[in-house]
Design a protein around this ligand. Structure first.
Ligand SMILES: [Zn+2]
Length: 352
């Protein structure tokens, strides 16, 4: 059985599950892996990669290295490069765990999700849509190792039904107008399975190769087991799952959107669901598509500048057109993304 990546980088790469890959598919995977590494190289120094960011990259890169390493000897040097980064990353993680201040992130605003903030006299406020009209697809939970300390932690910290239901509604509410509003179109995702398993990294999302509407979110039990301090367990699980759920329901410009934009939208939703981890902060970055929270904060700037629903419009344009940077942003905002980002960067510099 084959699954197709949909979401985290390298988000459109085919990953084998229980079987050999044909050669062309291997080449495809390798080229994307190189792409991911070149993105890593965009950062002037490793120190500028946040722990969270690096972990998400590694969660994918590890899988590739571990799968292809044995059969592709030319990847030896690449493997040791990744392992070298991971060593730095682990040390950084330990330091973070020792120095992080206990500051629980609020859980998703369930009252808001249940629609209690609806006001019929404010129809112009899109975020006050009737959420009952969004339907949550089939949701499943698979725990592949109940003896793992991460499993006990997960089951003790969250209610899986609420986690996936609330997370899905958060994603749909933020990315789509209430159906049947024709301005946005909810994708036909028919099933989401959360798979908890012992694996390196944090999490990734895949679509079934035969039916991309069937999604699987894989979440690392080892990662859950090491979340620190304990007050962060529930909010971090919620945050990671919400991020991955975005990959189950977002568009990607016919596979041409940069990974940084895909990941930025996912973290923008996480940000708006009040699930940003305490280490996130707005920083001056050289590129708008640095990804994750960095692009998320840029998207939030655009959402404020151009009005509520701006990220929905971005996602909708990724549904209807193949992404090309030169036409995508001017088509939406009449300006190049580099100019928009330069203005955003100025606001950060003035704030310092
Ligand atoms: Zn992601």
């Amino acid at each position: 059985m084959h699954y197709r990546y949909h979401g985290c980088l390298p988000w459109n790469v085919k990953r084998p599950i229980g079987g050999m890959l044909s050669l062309p598919r291997v080449h495809l995977s390798l080229s994307h892996l190189h792409l991911s590494l070149s993105r890593l190289h965009l950062y002037p120094s490793r120190a500028q990669l946040s722990s969270f960011h690096l972990q998400l990259y590694l969660s994918h890169l590890y899988l590739y290295i571990s799968h292809f390493h044995s059969s592709l000897s030319q990847f030896n040097s690449l493997s040791s490069y990744i392992l070298q980064i991971s060593k730095v990353h682990r040390q950084q993680n330990i330091i973070n765990a020792m120095t992080r201040i206990a500051e629980p992130t609020p859980l998703p605003p369930s009252a808001h999700i249940n629609g209690t903030e609806k006001h019929q006299d404010q129809p112009q406020d899109e975020h006050k849509d009737n959420l009952d009209t969004f339907s949550v697809p089939n949701i499943q939970l698979q725990i592949r190792d109940l003896k793992h300390p991460g499993s006990k932690r997960f089951l003790g910290a969250v209610n899986a039904t609420d986690l996936l239901t609330t997370g899905t509604l958060n994603v749909l509410k933020l990315l789509y107008n209430t159906p049947p509003n024709p301005e946005t179109t909810v994708p036909p995702t028919s099933s989401v399975t959360l798979v908890l398993e012992d694996m390196p990294g944090v999490a990734y999302t895949v679509g079934h190769n035969d039916n991309n509407n069937i999604k699987e979110i894989h979440f690392s039990l080892s990662y859950i087991a090491q979340i620190n301090p304990p007050t962060r367990v529930a909010p971090e699980i919620n945050g990671v799952v919400t991020h991955e759920l975005v990959h189950c329901f977002q568009y990607n410009g016919f596979g041409a959107a940069p990974g940084g934009l895909i990941e930025g939208i996912a973290d923008w939703v996480r940000l708006h669901a009040n699930l940003a981890p305490p280490h996130w902060k707005q920083e001056v970055k050289p590129n708008w598509d640095a990804g994750y929270q960095h692009t998320a904060y840029f998207l939030e700037y655009l959402e404020k500048l151009y009005g509520q629903g701006t990220v929905r419009r971005i996602n909708e344009k990724l549904r209807v057109s193949r992404y090309a940077e030169d036409t995508f942003w001017p088509g939406l905002f009449g300006r190049k993304v580099k100019d928009l980002f330069a203005d955003y960067t100025k606001t950060l510099q003035h704030a310092v």
